[in-house]
Design a binder for this molecule. Structure first.
Ligand code: NAD
Length: 497
């Protein structure tokens, strides 16, 4: 099957000369072929989006919101079907795929309630007989470039809010699992939005660069690995675009000896290996403080009980990695970690899944006594690998985390409110969990990674997304008249002393 592009309200076969196979990562079965759109196809997406914007910006905000509500409801009706398709191309377990779809739907629910978020500000008589009002305006065509690891949620972080704010959108999904975004576009298409309001173009670096350089595109929302995020931020801002670029991560979890032992260990193992460790908010570093160092055997036991397997086996805790290349990279890093002197307590590099022997599986992997200069600490592994580090005090743990270049998420497990508050205040990371391993904010907040995990200033969803997808017009008004009202309201004679 050739995956179509979605341009100007039509699903069209690409004239591309370059195509890539999309495979089920558990079986290697080919699911479809994805095109790398031609420059002419990219340009027609931009033209369609520009035309759609001119029509859509005139639609009143409550009417836009009603249409997003229809889209949201149709996504809800299709959520299990979407999740199943997502399992096939991403390898996620069904429960995990349902979460991927649902977290996207939650952002659509917020976009369905956009109207109050678009309110401006007013001040009557801000200067003598002058009123000032500010209005939020849509900007035009936005583009989104998304990663493989959340093929439903991350596109849904972007275009529903952009469109609800009155813009049009061009999405370039990951070429590794592009079928779910196309299915979402089919659902969007069924709702009666103007043609070209959402366009889905497929491809890789060249297609991304086309969007980053095109003068008609006002802003770019990107999610992906750190080196690409830096390049995207530079190119988009050099081309004078608004940009938000969400990047990679290395998320630490601090374990104090007064934490609830069983709950902490279970949360640590689950959040390190869930989705095969391919979450930007996965906990990949456990920082054991003082006597919590004695918990290592229990952590190893909890991790060894996790089962990697196919999406439709209810016993599977997580699935395969997205590609054979990702698996090779993770296996290489595991070997490197052992060679550099980390203690390999569980080695999943040779794991083969009995039900899917050709899948890109890696078993749960645990390193102890990792130090900051080792590759397994410096690299974002993006696999089911947990590394453990030992420190003497909470202050040492905070200093370690604040020296790491990334700042996406972190958590602390403790029974002490004072320790938790100190951690929350002093940690240089944008999303903090207290006895919550993966602190992903709900959509009425924003997704607020910091430092090397984010380039830009306005984050995804919540009020920050409204600021990202709109600009403010400020109007000062004075009316001249000679009626009695004016006479009754003389200019003030009060002066500051
Ligand atoms: P990736 O950077 O390889 O690809 C992301 C997107 O960028 C894809 O659409 C890809 O086609 C495109 N791309 C790749 N190279 C490019 C280049 N040189 N120029 C322009 N575009 C390019 O990322 P991935 O492997 O798909 O996703 C995993 C990464 O995403 C991890 O590092 C993960 O931490 C990160 N991520 C971060 C967040 C966050 O919120 N911070 C969320 C999810 C994923």
């Amino acid at each position: 099957m050739k995956l179509p592009l979605y341009i100007n309200g039509a699903f069209v076969e690409s004239a591309a000369t370059e195509w890539r196979e999309v495979r089920n990562p558990a079986t290697q079965e080919t699911l479809c072929r994805v095109p790398f759109a031609t420059p002419e196809e990219m340009q027609s997406a931009v033209d369609a989006a520009r035309r759609a914007f001119l029509e859509w910006r005139e639609v009143p905000a409550p009417q836009r919101a009603r249409m997003i509500t229809v889209f949201t409801n149709r996504l809800k009706e299709a959520q299990d079907e979407l999740a199943k398709g997502l399992c096939l191309e991403s390898g996620k377990t069904f429960a995990d795929a349902q979460g991927d779809v649902w977290r996207g739907i939650e952002v659509c629910e917020q976009a369905s309630n956009i109207t109050p978020l678009l309110l401006g500000e007013t001040l009557e008589n801000a200067a003598t007989r002058i009123d000032i009002a500010s209005y939020t305006h849509p900007m035009g065509v936005f583009a989104g470039i998304t990663p493989f690891n959340f093929p439903a949620m991350i596109p849904l972080w972007m275009f529903p809010m952009a469109v609800a704010c009155g813009n049009s959108f061009i999405l370039k999904p990951s070429e590794q699992d592009p079928m779910t975004p196309n299915r979402i576009a089919e659902i969007f298409d069924s709702c009666g939005f103007p043609k070209g309001l959402l366009n889905v173009v497929h491809g890789g670096v060249d297609q991304a660069n086309f969007l980053l350089e095109h003068p008609e595109i006002k802003g770019v929302s990107f999610v992906g690995s750190a080196p690409v995020a830096q390049a995207i931020y530079r190119t988009a801002s050099t081309n004078l675009k608004r940009v938000q670029a969400f990047a990679g991560a290395k998320n630490h979890s601090v374990i104090l000896p007064d934490a609830d032992r069983a709950a902490t260990i279970s949360a640590l193992a689950g959040s390190a290996c869930g989705a095969a460790g391919q979450r930007c908010m996965a906990i990949s570093v456990g920082v054991l403080v003082g006597e919590a160092g004695a918990w290592v055997d229990d952590i190893r036991d909890a991790m060894s009980r996790l089962k990697a397997g196919p999406w439709n086996d209810p016993a599977s805790d997580y699935g395969p990695l997205i590609s054979a290349a990702s698996r090779e990279r993770v296996v290489k890093l595991i070997r490197q970690g052992a060679a550099e002197g980390a203690e390999l307590l569980l080695d999943g590099s040779g794991f083969q899944c009995a039900a899917c022997p050709d899948g890109n599986f890696v078993g749960p992997t645990l390193f102890d006594h990792v130090t900051p200069e080792m590759s397994v600490y410096r690299e974002e592994i993006f696999g089911p690998v947990l590394i453990l580090m030992r420190v003497a005090t909470l202050e040492d743990a905070i200093a370690l985390i604040n020296r790491n270049p990334y700042g996406n998420g972190t958590s602390i497990f403790t029974g002490s409110g004072a320790a938790a508050r100190k951690f929350q205040r002093e940690i240089d990371v944008g999303q903090v969990g207290v006895n919550v391993p993966i602190p992903v904010p709900l959509p009425f907040f924003s997704f607020t990674g910091w430092r090397g995990s984010f380039y830009g200033d306005q984050h995804a969803y919540g009020k920050q997304a409204v600021r990202f997808y709109t600009e403010t017009k400020t109007v000062m008004t004075r009316w001249f008249d000679a009626d009695t009202t004016t006479a009754a309201r003389p200019e003030t004679t009060i002066r500051l002393k």
